[in-house]
Design a protein around this ligand. Sequence first.
Ligand code: NOJ
Length: 743
Amino acid sequence: MLNKSNTRTDTHDTEARITALLSEMTLEEKMGQLTQFSGFYDVTGPPPPGDREAQKHALLQRGLIGSMLNVVGYDDVRAFQTYAVENSRLGIPMMFAYDVIHGHKTMFPIPLAEAASWDLDLIEKGARVAATEAAAQGLNWTFAPMVDVTRDARWGRVMEGAGEDPYLGAVIAEARVKGFQGEDLGSPDTVLATVKHFAGYGFAEAGKEYNVAEVSQVTLFNTILQPFRDVLENANPRSFMNAFNTINGIPATGDVELQRGLLKGDWGFDGVVVSDWGSAIEMVSHGFVEDGREAARVAMTAGSDVDMESYVYLDHLNDLVETGDLDLELIDDAVRRVLRTKFELGLFDDPYRYLDRDRESETLMTQAHLQASEEIARKSIVLLKNHHGALPLQQGERVALIGALAADKDAPLGNWRAHAEAHSAMSVLEAFEEAQLNFEYSHGVHVQWGDAGFEYPVHINTDNWEGFDEAVEAARQADKVVLVLGETARQSGEGRSRVDLGFPGLQQQLLEAVHAANHNLVLVVMSGRPLVLSWADAHVPAIVQAWHLGHRAGRAITDVLTGKENPSGKLPMSFPRSVGQLPLYYNHMNTGRPGPKETVVWAGYSDVETTALYPFGHGLSYSHFVYSNLAVAYHEGQIEVQVAVQNVEGPPGEEVVQVYVHDRVASIARPVRELKAFKKLSLESGEYQALTFKLKAKDLGFYKADGTFAVEAGEFDIYVGGSSCAQLSARIRLSSEDVESLV
Ligand code: NOJ
């Protein structure tokens, strides 16, 4: 019997403690540790058939639930924890998990938006704030960060990741994990991070939610797995979540090579692998297993430790072991992982360590947290286009602020809004009022009717023109129009794949009519994904990408519009000219026929430019930055890239200096260029800075189809600039000896 009041465990004897505890556990109790139940307050997946709710107390009492999700707050968490600890035979505490994706109570920009800041310190700080708030509400496990590389904006979940680049995705994931887990997981203001979805979910074919991922081994190793591998190596996340999709016909949850072979074997991961919601039982629908019993056997064999909402471990593990169909050692290994994280969280010292009523009331939505959210919101905005100095707004200009989204206090909260209060963000309208701008507001057309819950469809307005004419008239009367269009919070996110990436509902018609009434137009786009902005790009002088920016969205947007904030965001995903280009990404292959364009027989389309409308890394500023003096040389085992950047015109500003590499000839075709380093610089007006980047072997090498890593001698082009279209380049030739001496 576990001593329920035992003292803090020394890390050295944790394994011994686990072994001792394991030896006391019945098979049924072990299986309980591997089962995760939803509290059913918020459903974040399809509820299982039958009444599992009724079972819950009985299961808790028998120690048959190891962790719960979607139970939040001092009272509820304490009630469940007390019940489990006091009533079960061994009193093993539970972990409490929640999707704290871009904030808990204080909403931060959606992850795709935060990625546009390229500001790793602020991203880490955002995750730290989220962890502090979540932990103050009794939680100790978040299902973030999502590190799926995403190249297809039709997939609604692009909002939850860091975009299309594996390197940027990896360093951002590291920042997030550090923010969530802090210095010490045992401290009561940190939470276990979960990197997800392992693996390939971001490549859902045709952007269709939950679809198969058709990927080559080279793409799997170099693109999909890179952020997972790097984040594990550099930030030690204590949990991984597997994925809904199949690769090579194998559902991730049942993929023994990926989970047990690569992750737990080659990479040495000793934390917990949790299934995605129902992903074990979904192997039946995939046609991969016949029934729940087989699903349990296959998932456990593959290395999926915790079953979230499939109930197959609960229902079948006992029998599988008793009949000899499953090795008890596999179950012991999974339980050991769960217990290890509970020790790391300090739950065996004090199951209630996350519960403190004062901390709960003092920690949520503090001014400091709102300030942190505002700070990164400002840095996440991307100025896509700014012709003829349309922005910033000039003092005294009479502005017509138009659009339902301009007054929307809910859309900026984004889809994964955790425990935020609905309709609690600062709108653009409120911020315009606060800044005392000279403006009139006109609502224009409704975008959506009513609020949609996480799992329900949104009702887009396609036929009610109320407000349309008034908005056009307001545009006509004004010196300048600021038109806010885009998606509401639930139009992107899980289950929100779309094939039409224009403005939903009647918004395109509104845009065209407003533009006809007044060409002096600034378009602010709120969205959870890249939209197709081709018409706007051809007609509108200034376009601002404002995503879903969290609680202080309105003020951040207004600060950029007025010039109080000099925009510095850079796109983490390419914006297409047409949906037909998707998937679209800058680090594509050259093909055998990259050009020239004068004939039709080259790699492209005959009805649209091949390039992105706004490429990865693109983002303007009110300042003008000039790059010069690029030099690349081999020096003591590293490649040194030197470059100078000057803010030649405009106010003080920030520029993200990006370094791309192209391996010109290799044993497999390599992408046209790949991001390998970047630095966000702050430059005063006129200021000039020289900087040096150091590239290592890992930046020049690649994985072959068999999973081996190679760095090959030959020529490399290095491009440096303010976007993935950077023109400044230099070439370096590396001999076999150089390559061998690279660190
Ligand atoms: C399903 C999602 O795919 C996953 O990311 C999330 O963490 C779980 N539901 C739990 O809500």
